[in-house]
Design a protein around this ligand. Structure first.
Ligand code: GDP
Length: 415
């Protein structure tokens, strides 16, 4: 039954208009968390892009040999290795807002002679992260839950200018419904503007033809026209043609203005210039406008469908979660079961306590009895000795010691 909601006008301000500020303060205090995965062959500029995005040396790059990257599969025997999963977590801060950023790198992807199963370790890692979250959700104490789920996966397409390769199609097909997949054209500075435009078309054709699911920001009903326009501009640039670089150059020379980019004999390709590449739009979407939406999409759609399948496998009927009446019935049945179990446990506990009490009382009584017996024996010995002493003092023969007939007291300690 639908309960009617009545619209009421307040006669005076009561203060709940301040709720957004309360939420804001609380979230700033708590800090934010975001996990981003980077996938693509070695050398396509994955680490450089992360460092360019956050303007900090977060991921070790090939140029930066002083940073220990561990054993990347690309350095090893190309025929025998598998894809590795490595993650780096950094705490970064901007204007008092803290962000715990986790970057999950996948070295080795696409680097081997046979890449048929290259997507599998990555899919496994994403699913394991969902499983870990699901396990935490099922715990009695759900405080301090750790969210290791991947919120966005940037897939690097090599700047071949042709179309998607088998490796790209397979990965994107398998992972597109598991994670927010964001395809990018790596090192787009190696192509001309028209080559990039034609390549984008072919990639989108392949995405459509193969039914690949990629992350596309959504326009919501109550979005203002400016936001709608912004979202349309983002969508128009997918797949993002990116250039990554943390190097700065004075451009134009002698102007005193420094820009991040890559230098060529004919000029500088600027990373932060929207007419040179799509880096700014990608960063805008990832960090400035859609980070929360990517997290929400992960939680409410991608994780939720994984959860429904897993709970289904475990035999928990998800329809009860959708049907409030059934949910209430199951809740009541569960509560009754728990109450019964509690009563049974209480009874068992009570019985054990009274048994223990009985035993303690019994051994206490035994102890008292032995104490009394020992006391009586000692008293008898004392009286005997008194009697002997009296007779000796009176000059008479002392009666034989009764020690042989009076047993030594069986003390508590002389067993
Ligand atoms: P990863 O192995 O995919 O993480 O690649 P790296 O980020 O370590 O970069 C590999 C090489 O490509 C380095 O020499 C980078 O300077 C270079 N590189 C990174 N991004 C770009 C780019 O957008 N354009 C060009 N031309 N080179 C790049």
């Amino acid at each position: 039954m639908q309960i009617p909601i009545l619209k009421k006008k307040l006669n005076a301000i009561v203060g709940f208009h301040n709720l957004p500020n309360q939420v804001h303060r609380k979230s700033v205090k708590k800090g934010f968390q975001f996990a981003i995965m980077i996938v693509g062959e070695s050398g396509l500029g994955k680490s450089t892009l992360i460092n360019t995005l956050f303007n900090a040396p977060i991921a070790p790059t090939r140029d930066n040999v002083t940073m220990n990257r561990g054993n990347t599969a690309g350095d090893q025997d190309a025929a025998s290795k598998t894809v590795d999963i490595q993650s780096f977590t950094s705490d970064i801060e901007e204007n008092g807002v803290r962000l715990k950023l986790t970057v999950i790198d996948t070295p080795g992807f696409g680097d081997f002679i046979n890449n048929a199963d290259a997507h599998k370790p990555i899919l496994k890692s994403i699913e394991e992260r969902y499983e870990h979250y699901l396990d935490q959700e099922s715990r009695v104490n759900r405080k301090n839950m750790e969210d290791n789920r991947v919120h966005a996966c940037i897939y690097f397409i090599a700047p071949t200018g042709h179309s998607l390769r088998q490796l790209d199609v397979q990965f994107m097909k398998e992972l597109g419904h598991k994670v927010n997949l964001i395809p990018v054209i790596a090192k787009s500075d190696l192509m001309t503007e028209s080559e990039v435009a034609a390549f984008k078309e072919r990639i989108l054709d392949d995405i459509r033809a193969n039914n690949i699911n990629i992350y596309t920001p959504e326009v919501h009903e109550n979005d203002d026209p400016e936001t709608v326009q912004e979202i349309k501009e983002i969508i128009a640039r997918i797949p993002f043609a990116i250039v990554g670089s943390t190097q700065t150059f004075e451009n134009p020379p002698g102007s005193g203005t420094h820009v991040r980019g890559r230098r060529y004999p004919w000029g500088i390709i600027e990373v932060d210039n929207e007419s040179h590449c799509d880096f700014v739009t990608l960063r805008h979407m990832l960090i400035r406008t859609h980070m929360e939406e990517l997290k929400e999409h992960t939680n409410e759609l991608l994780y939720e469908s994984h959860r429904a399948v897993k709970l289904g496998e475990r035999g928990i009927d998800m329809s009860s979660a959708m049907n409030p009446q059934k949910f209430e019935e199951e809740k009541r049945a569960h509560e009754m079961k728990m109450n019964k179990m509690e009563a049974e446990m209480k009874a068992v506990f009570q019985q054990k306590v009274s048994e223990k009490e009985k035993k303690l009382k019994q051994s206490e009584e035994e102890l008292y009895a032995r104490h009394r017996e020992m006391k009586a024996q000692l008293e008898q010995q004392r009286l005997d000795l008194e009697e002997r002493k009296r007779r000796l003092l009176a000059g008479g023969a002392a009666p034989p010691r009764t020690g042989s007939s009076t047993p030594k007291p069986k003390g508590l300690f002389n067993k």
